[in-house]
Design a protein around this ligand. Structure first.
Ligand code: HSE
Length: 311
């Protein structure tokens, strides 16, 4: 095999209560990465499509090629490779766009090299890609995009990542209002200390979310989707956030929150029909306010990044 095409999914980080420690992958949108091995001895970024010329083209500076370079160095290989990146999701949207590119690159090169590393072993490389993209090596997008499903990062040092069970049928409504919020900026506005009372309620919610996932208790999952720490600050950046929450819950969502650093909002729902109703209602509401949006409905993606084609 000389060439491979990989799909890497978008992901919803934080899941309301778990800033930097919870995230899940979806089936759409997502990026595609094609890597072809060659004899050049270098890693080149041959094509970026769908970025409107906004991503760095130097291989060391672009997330997808930088992680491939680090990976090859780590396994002691001087293999040459040409990378093509097909961006199929918006930037600064809170859907883990840079994470998807990094994960796609890593899964592709690892597969081409005969899978010497497990997906879990690829995670630190993907996290370094995140550091390059937004200045911080958080794992709550890259881990679900790599491993699939709902993921808990119990600890960053040492890295301790747990894949959680997901109730069958659990569906996600995603609505991306057409404004851009760079992750770096959205991280800088968060307070660095929090009142003890909020911390107590927040870790109660994280525990509730994990318990709800293990026991298929959808109401508990919904009740646990409460964020007293990040959402109160970031929601100001998102047009009509409060109205959208009200509408999502009125239309049957279990819970509603900000996807990653926003502006995309997400609602977890007990089935796909409700997710569809929620996205339709929110899209209509945003349109009334003059805000364009893109909507997605997806079950939780349990597989993570997947190989589309081997050539
Ligand atoms: N946990 C990160 C944040 C995810 O909320 O800043 C960024 O997509």
């Amino acid at each position: 095999m000389q060439s491979i095409r990989v799909f890497a999914p978008a992901s919803v980080a934080n899941v309301s209560c778990g800033y930097d420690v919870l995230g899940f992958a979806v089936h759409q949108p997502g990026d595609e990465v094609v890597i072809s091995l060659n004899r050049s001895g270098i890693v080149s970024l041959d094509l970026i499509e769908g970025d409107e010329g906004r991503l760095p083209t130097e291989p060391e500076k672009n997330t997808v090629s930088a992680v491939v370079i680090n990976y090859l160095k780590h396994i002691g290989s001087k293999q040459g490779a040409g990378i093509k990146l097909y961006k199929k999701m918006p930037f600064g949207s809170g859907l883990g766009s840079s994470s998807a590119s990094a994960v796609g690159g890593l899964v592709a090169i690892n597969e081409l090299m005969g899978n010497p590393l497990s997906r879990m072993q690829l995670l630190p490389f993907a996290m370094e890609g995140e550091r390059l993209a937004c200045g911080n090596a958080h794992a709550d997008n890259v881990a679900p995009a790599l491993l699939g499903g709902m993921v808990l990062i119990r600890s960053y040092d040492p890295l301790d990542v747990i894949t959680l069970p997901v109730p069958a049928g659990l569906s996600c409504a995603l609505v991306y209002p057409h404004v851009e919020i760079p992750t770096m900026a959205a991280r800088q506005i968060i307070k660095t200390s929090i009142p003890m009372a909020n911390a107590i309620r927040q870790w109660g919610n994280v525990g509730g979310m994990v318990a709800g996932l293990y026991t298929n208790d959808l109401d508990l999952i919904g009740r646990s989707m409460e964020d007293l720490i990040v959402e109160p600050v970031r929601k100001m950046l998102i047009p009509h956030f409060t109205e959208m929450r009200k509408m999502a819950l009125e239309n049957g969502a279990l819970g509603f929150g900000i996807s990653g650093s926003g502006p995309t909002v997400f609602a977890l729902c007990s089935n796909r029909v409700i997710s569809g109703n929620v996205t339709a209602a929110l899209e209509k509401k945003l349109k009334e306010f003059g805000v364009g949006s893109t909507c997605y409905v997806s079950e939780i993606n349990r597989e993570g990044a997947s190989v589309l084609e081997k050539i």
